[in-house]
Design a protein around this ligand. Sequence first.
Ligand code: BGC
Length: 249
Amino acid sequence: MKVLGIDIGGTGIKGAPVDVDQGKMADDRLRIATPQPSRPEAVAGVVAEIAQHFVWRGAIGCTFPAVIKHGIAFSAANVDRAWIGTDGEALLKDATGCPVRILNDADAAGMAEMRFGAGRQRKGVVIVLTLGTGIGSAIFTDGRLVPNTEFGHMEIRGKDAEHRASDRVRKDRDLGWKAWAGRINEFLSRMEVLFSPDLFIIGGGVSKKHEKFFPHLKSRAEILPAELRNEAGIIGAALAAERLALQDP
Ligand code: BGC
């Protein structure tokens, strides 16, 4: 079965039909720059453009970089604040004419990693972190997600963790891999105290360069790079909308 997966980020909106049984993209993905400002109507226009490009009529899963409860955005750290209180599901359904499910981007990436990537068949407590513009998080116990954890906003040295250890900070501050890994280690050790995870999975675009910083990471838990990399959001979005697709006529 195929579901259209769309990953809405602060800089790009990427989509592709996904074969949800295989956990693979079924076509080349389309990427369109996120409109600036990233107001809800403008983003919905891009989502509609992606659905039209694939001549899509079925279910759509969409990620969004915010707390999402029952389709409504409750935060907006790296996107326009007009999203707060917006019913994203209703907005995107109107814009595309398709049934839509929307969820937090890291929760989606985590779901994809747990089903088809580094977390396959892993029991116990698994924490998936996406290092990008911000830091996204997803926590699973025996494969079940507790949504909207937002560990990237945990305070470390008086700042949000993502303002110290995201990949954007590494680039903006021109941090070396070892120095950046030291900041990630502080964050991992805080999470260890709270959750005693069995495994950390580190995702986000930078995970493709994992050999540069993984040797400097330290934790009692096992640490693995994400396997689905940048596709995890698109695949996870599609997985989240799988149930809608089954209800399609
Ligand atoms: C947002 C999260 C999101 C993460 C990664 C954070 O700033 O608050 O909701 O998952 O960035 O995009």
